[in-house]
Design a protein around this ligand. Structure first.
Ligand SMILES: Nc1ncnc2c1ncn2[C@@H]1O[C@H](COP(=O)(O)OP(=O)(O)OP(=O)(O)O)[C@@H](O)[C@H]1O
Ligand SMILES: [Mg+2]
Length: 199
């Protein structure tokens, strides 16, 4: 739910992964670059010039005014191209990914990034207030799930299913009882769990 700590977690995670070759952030909502104290890139030249800093936040307002859909597709293709240019882990961040897909459809470019993991060393990191709207090509490829407080029934059902698919029981009461800032995390490959808090 809003204010539960998702963006705080993603920002902390990006900083903790010191060895990452590059971090790419689709920041159309200006939720991340001001908090990370990095510049926002508005043009292709600015994006390219930011690559050596390893922190690249894209705001599409100038290149794609009013067309977030076209912006995301274009940015995904650019990130994919960059990821194929060199070695090392590329962290790719899309805040509130439910705005860009639904259970039935997803832009091909985004699905490709979600699946690109091993081949290009791309790690896709998405957060969502609406887990029930995230497309299966993202949830299916996800290796870790970090759950913050949720109270909406549909969202809790979707999250419960993600845990159950990994063979770990997590009743909705545990997720709805979390405090703001607290999380329950699941490694979907090993079934390992972790409880923690970001504030
Ligand atoms: N610019 C900021 N700098 C530092 N702390 C912030 C900032 N914005 C919010 N916070 C703190 O972080 C808390 C959690 O916010 P956060 O953005 O991590 O939640 P969220 O789950 O991403 O919410 P949303 O769904 O609204 O994006 C806020 O209640 C606030 O105390
Ligand atoms: Mg947020």
């Amino acid at each position: 739910m809003t204010g539960s700590g998702k963006t705080t977690f993603v920002n902390a995670y990006l900083k903790a992964e010191r060895a990452a070759a590059c971090r790419f952030i689709f920041d159309d909502l200006n939720r991340m670059w001001p908090r990370l104290a990095i510049p926002a890139c508005y043009t292709l030249a600015q994006l390219e010039a930011s690559l050596p800093s390893r922190w690249i936040a894209f705001n599409p307002l100038k290149l794609f005014p009013g067309d977030t859909k076209a912006a995301l597709k274009w940015w995904c293709r650019w990130v994919f191209h960059c990821a194929s240019r060199g070695p090392g882990k590329k962290m790719v961040v899309i805040p509130e990914v439910w705005r860009h897909c639904n259970p039935d459809t997803i832009p091909a470019e985004l699905a490709l990034l979600a699946q690109a993991g091993r081949e290009l060393n791309v790690e896709l990191i998405v957060d969502t207030q609406r887990p029930e709207l995230v497309n299966g090509s993202i949830t299916g490829a996800a290796t870790e799930l970090v759950c913050f407080k949720l109270i909406a029934g549909e969202a809790l059902r979707a999250v419960e299913k993600l845990w159950a698919d990994a063979g770990v029981a997590c009743d909705r009461g545990k997720i709805s009882a979390l405090s703001l800032g607290q999380f329950l995390a699941l490694n979907r490959l090993t079934g390992g769990t972790l409880a923690g808090r970001v504030f």
